[in-house]
Design a protein around this ligand. Structure first.
Ligand SMILES: *[C@@H]1O[C@H](CO)[C@@H](O)[C@H](O)[C@H]1NC(C)=O
Ligand SMILES: *[C@@H]1O[C@H](CO)[C@@H](O)[C@H](O)[C@H]1NC(C)=O
Ligand SMILES: *[C@@H]1O[C@H](CO)[C@@H](O)[C@H](O)[C@H]1NC(C)=O
Ligand SMILES: *[C@@H]1O[C@H](CO)[C@@H](O)[C@H](O)[C@H]1NC(C)=O
Ligand SMILES: *[C@@H]1O[C@H](CO)[C@@H](O)[C@H](O)[C@H]1NC(C)=O
Ligand SMILES: *[C@@H]1O[C@H](CO)[C@@H](O)[C@H](O)[C@H]1NC(C)=O
Ligand SMILES: *[C@@H]1O[C@H](CO)[C@@H](O)[C@H](O)[C@H]1NC(C)=O
Length: 744
């Protein structure tokens, strides 16, 4: 509904039929109840405190059919969500204790082979050491779940730990089991936790789905499907409809998950980057992190452009996406024998591989959307019996495009990517023989068609290939840093598999029998986030005392930055990927379990960090839910936060930061530093060796960045510093931007 409000608002030509309709849901932040009265307060007092902000007429009005107060938050923020008019919000602003109100926004979803790609093999190594994530609870905030899917069977699952306080909605109690231990819906009672969209079923099974034999889509990517932490428990918090998620519901779900006792929160959705005090995911994650919950979030799908990240607070693990080494290869051969490689999840056995004529609907287009093979735009009878070229775009899914071609009598489809997406390809369970190719190859095919009187082609399917040496390649869509909200923290933190991921799906996408073991292959940072949530669950299971920041540090400092061919990880252009695309690099599970040293960020350090962001006392207070006076706090620059990576903006003056590392490797160990300075910069580390004598011992070092030469070309330059002992290497990436280049 909200989306339409905005559109009509812009057009300014829509008049509302009733008084009701000028109401919007606002998220209102107020001073905490504790700051108002000194006595211990109960939940009921809290609700009355929130209600006192609502205009008297509303609080008592009985003509109102829907309650005005939607949520009373008690963990994530001091505040509530209520339906109000702009005028009522204005009145409320005058009340003592009022802090801020924002109209609720729509956050968007960041839409079986991967465990072995990550180095997980049954009954060996880390998977066994971490007990497959046993005893850990992953809360997933998403579109709901299909509880009947075999991925969520509780065969072999122990009951949930005693601390679990969550529940399954009344409707759902008999659907829950020892795997799926919680399922709730927000807005409360609006719906059931059933997943209509598929997204939540997919992300939940990626994080912690059980073993399901014979998973495949159209016979592709066939194998045993399994989540990263197959013995972890799942709790689903449904907040999203297929079109998006209201931020008041996301906050309410996080509020509930904190009470319920989840260990990990997996959040594959978000809005654009905002200051943390008005970013609902950052606010909720802050309260979660305070209680020891690791929050793993998708970085968003707005790449390959700079500064497009969401969910970029330092207390969040921000996950970008890359490919893995499986390809569902298909080729198109032109009449001139030239062959182009693409991908497809439609690999029919009975496909006739003869040459067919090619058709380009952009010539003689009858409709603006004809080049995209938009639904109902292919009217040319010429299409019959031809392979049709369809450009990606127009908001059509490949299934819709394929259906349009099929309906028009086409026998095949070549989907041509956009130029900025480079080599990133999407597979789909197409409804007719089809493949996805790069823009560059698409242009060559169009050129051939232009130069040939009777252009022809044939599509061939090569099946599932494993072992792509270029993998992992950063996905074009994966959002890039630097973070807008806090440029001094390097984001994304980490990348993981997010392209063409096979996981559970509520329905069959193949138009066949109604089997329950149904899977789909989809892409997005939405898919890489639950991989890392699963990794975090494994680490939590093997190191129950580690804090969220320690787990994140272990994942980051052990990540790899080279691909299977031992070259630097590439991006969608097949050029070495920028540090703002990969952060610390690609997760390496077998090393993350034994990092040697960790950078723990004491929770109390976020206060001096937030004051250092130059937020007002009130803004910092929004996050901390208490009165704050930054003048009494020794604020720190962003880069001083004890983070496992560096993001430095350097001018003429040198900068020095301190880091503290904690020994979690061998009691007696000695580490020496190796520095790869960004070109033209000197990076000095003191001391250059760290000698530990016991476990959990903390040692400090200082690192100084100094500009050596003036550069004329701007952009980010990169380096790293690495502590190495006999057994471990602990790597921190360094992103460095020269001050004079800012604004170019
Ligand atoms: C219970 O589930 C049914 C369908 O499964 C749904 O129509 C109904 O709205 C749900 N009721 C509640 C209270 O969630
Ligand atoms: C374009 O349309 C005209 C008239 O309908 C037709 O004669 C011509 O063959 C078409 N050209 C192509 C490339 O389809
Ligand atoms: C086809 O080739 C001609 C001549 O080289 C050129 O002018 C025209 O733009 C080309 N059309 C397309 C669609 O590439
Ligand atoms: C789905 O299957 C039915 C029966 O096998 C068939 O008639 C129909 O055309 C198929 N639909 C698609 C989209 O392939
Ligand atoms: C991951 O770590 C293991 C153990 O140190 C190592 O053997 C392997 O090469 C690493 N993988 C990659 C891709 O760097
Ligand atoms: C905060 O303000 C100080 C003093 O004006 C400035 O030096 C610093 O760069 C600012 N920090 C941020 C993150 O904007
Ligand atoms: C860079 O240029 C500035 C201004 O021209 C100058 O003050 C500074 O000394 C130069 N720095 C180096 C390292 O050459």
């Amino acid at each position: 509904m909200k989306i339409f409000f905005v559109i009509f608002g812009i057009l300014g030509c829509f008049s509302w039929p009733s008084m009701q309709s000028d109401l919007e849901t606002y998220i209102v932040q107020v001073e905490s109840l504790e700051s108002q009265i000194s006595t211990q307060s109960s939940r009921m007092d809290l609700e009355n405190w929130y209600k006192s902000f609502l205009p008297k007429t509303i609080a008592t009005s009985s003509s109102d059919e829907k309650p005005r107060l939607i949520y009373s938050y008690h963990n994530v923020i001091s505040g509530f969500a209520a339906r109000l008019s702009a005028k009522q919000v204005k009145e409320m602003e005058k009340r003592p204790g009022f802090i801020s109100a924002w109209p609720q926004r729509i956050l968007s979803l960041h839409t079986t082979h991967t465990p072995s790609f990550l180095g997980l093999q049954q009954n060996t190594g880390f998977w066994r050491d971490a007990n497959y994530g046993k005893g850990v609870i992953i809360g997933v905030i998403d579109t709901g779940i299909d509880p009947d899917h075999p991925s969520f069977s509780d065969k072999g699952m122990p009951p949930p730990p005693a601390k679990w306080k969550g529940k399954c909605e009344s409707n759902f109690t008999n659907k829950c089991n020892n795997k799926l231990i919680g399922a709730r819906t927000f807005p409360l009672g609006s719906d059931s936790p059933i997943d209509e969209a598929g997204h939540g079923t997919h992300t939940a099974s990626t994080a912690a789905g059980g073993f399901v034999k014979g998973a495949n889509v159209n016979g592709n990517a066939k194998g045993t499907a399994v989540g990263i932490a197959p013995l972890a428990h799942l709790a689903m918090y449904k907040v999203c409809q297929p079109f998006g998620c209201d931020d008041s519901d996301v906050l309410a779900a996080m509020d509930a998950a904190i009470d319920d006792g989840v260990d990990i929160l997996s959040i594959s959705l978000g809005g654009s980057s905002r200051s943390f005090y008005e970013d609902p995911v950052a606010l909720g994650a802050y309260s979660a992190a305070q209680r020891g919950i690791l929050v793993s979030c998708s970085a968003a799908n707005n790449g390959p452009y700079e500064s497009t990240l969401s969910n970029d607070a330092p207390w969040i693990m921000t996950v970008g996406a890359s490919t893995h080494d499986r390809k569902l290869k298909a080729t198109v051969t032109l009449g001139n024998q030239k062959v182009f490689e693409g991908e497809s999840a439609f690999h029919p056995n009975d496909h006739n591989s003869a040459f067919s004529p090619l058709f380009d609907p952009s010539l003689n287009a009858t409709d603006f959307d004809s080049p995209y093979c938009g639904t109902g735009t292919l009217n040319d009878p010429e299409i019959k019996g031809k392979i049709v070229i369809c450009m990606v775009g127009g908001g059509y899914t490949m299934t819709q495009q394929g259906q349009a071609v099929k309906d028009a009598g086409g026998v095949g489809m070549i989907v041509v990517s956009t130029a900025d997406y480079g080599v990133t390809m999407f597979v789909d369970a197409h409804v007719l023989p089809a493949l996805y190719i790069t823009y560059k190859d698409g242009m060559e095919i169009l050129d051939y068609m232009n130069k040939t009187s009777k252009p022809t082609a044939k599509i061939l399917f090569q099946g599932t290939l494993i072992g792509d040496k270029d993998a992992p390649v950063v996905a074009a869509f994966s959002s890039r840093g630097p973070s807008l909200a806090s440029p001094g923290i390097l984001k994304p933190d980490i990348i993981g598999p997010g392209v063409n991921i096979l996981a559970a799906w509520p329905t069959s996408v193949e138009n066949k029998t109604n089997t329950k073991s149904t899977f789909n292959i989809i892409s997005g940072t939405s898919m890489s986030c639950p991989h890392l949530s699963g990794v975090a669950a494994l680490l939590k299971s093997s190191h129950p005392t580690w804090s969220p920041s320690a787990i994140k540090s272990a994942i980051m400092t052990t990540a790899y930055t080279v691909n299977f061919a031992n070259d630097p990880i590439l991006d969608e252009r097949l050029l070495p990927a920028n540090i703002f695309a990969i952060g610390a690099g690609h997760v390496n599970l077998s090393r993350a379990n034994d990092p040697g040293l960790i950078y723990d960020t004491p929770f109390k350090d976020y206060l001096p960090y937030l004051c250092g962001l130059n937020y007002t006392n009130r803004q910092v207070g929004n996050l901390l839910q208490r009165k704050v006076d930054c003048r009494e706090v020794k604020s720190i620059p962003e880069a001083q936060l004890n983070y496992p990576s560096f993001s430095i903006t350097l001018g003429e003056v040198s900068q020095t930061y301190t880091r503290t590392v904690t020994n979690v490797g061998e009691a007696k160990s000695s580490y020496s530093v190796e520095v790869a300075s960004p070109p033209g910069i000197s990076v000095t580390v003191k001391p250059s060796t760290l000698k530990f004598s016991k476990l959990n011992q903390k040692l400090k070092y200082q690192v100084t960045f100094t500009k050596r030469v003036n550069r004329t070309n701007g952009g980010v330059i990169e380096g790293f510093l690495k502590w190495t002992s006999e057994k471990h290497s602990v790597r921190s990436p360094i992103a460095l931007v020269l001050e004079s280049t800012i604004g170019f």
